[in-house]
Design a protein around this ligand. Structure first.
Ligand code: FES
Length: 152
C-alpha cells in the first residue's frame, strides 16, 4: 500500500466519526513519522474537519510532530529522580555533542531527535535516557557522547 492509499484508508476509517481527531492524527503520524502539512490539508478537505482544529490538536499534544524526526529518538528523563541527579546537565551535554540549539530537536543529518520526557520508570538508574528502545542510566555529561557515538 502506498502513502496515499494508507492515508485514504485512515480517512475512510474515521470520516464522520465524532471525536476522531486524535486517533486519526495518531494513525496519520504513523504513515510518515510526522504530520506533513500537505497531508493535514488533504485530510481536512476529505473529512470536513477544520484545518485549524487539526493543527490545534497537533500542536497541543506533545505526541504529535509537525517535522520529520531522526532515525534515532533520544528521550532524556526529566522526572524528579533524574532532575535531582543532573538531567539538565545531561540534556545540555547531548545538545552540545549533537550541535543542537534550544530551538532544534533534530540533527541536520537526520540521525537523532532529542526530547525530554517524564519518568521512564527506572529511577534507580538516574539520570537516565533512552535511545530508541535502549535504556542508558547513571549518565554523566562526559559519558553521553561515547554512548551516542555507538549508534549508526
Ligand atoms: S525520574 Fe527518571 S527514570 Fe524515573
Amino acid at each position: 500500500m502506498d502513502k496515499k492509499e494508507k492515508i485514504d484508508a485512515i480517512i475512510a476509517k474515521f470520516k464522520g466519526k465524532r471525536g476522531a481527531t486524535i486517533p486519526l492524527l495518531q494513525e496519520l503520524q504513523e504513515v510518515e513519522g510526522y504530520l506533513e502539512r500537505e497531508t493535514i490539508s488533504y485530510v481536512a478537505a476529505e473529512t470536513g474537519i477544520k484545518i485549524a482544529d487539526m493543527y490545534g490538536v497537533a500542536t497541543f499534544y506533545s505526541m504529535f510532530r509537525l517535522k520529520p524526526q531522526g532515525r534515532h529518538i533520544i528521550k532524556v528523563c526529566k522526572g524528579t529522580a533524574c532532575h535531582v541527579s543532573g538531567a539538565t546537565a545531561i540534556f545540555h551535554a547531548i545538545q552540545g555533542h549533537l550541535d543542537l540549539t534550544d530551538v532544534e530537536d533534530t540533527t541536520s543529518d537526520g540521525k537523532y531527535t532529542l526530547m525530554e520526557v517524564a519518568c521512564l520508570g527506572c529511577c534507580s538508574l538516574a539520570p537516565v535516557m533512552m535511545i530508541d528502545e535502549d535504556t542508558h542510566g547513571k549518565l554523566t555529561p562526559d559519558s553521553v557522547g561515547k554512548i551516542l557515538d555507538r549508534y549508526e
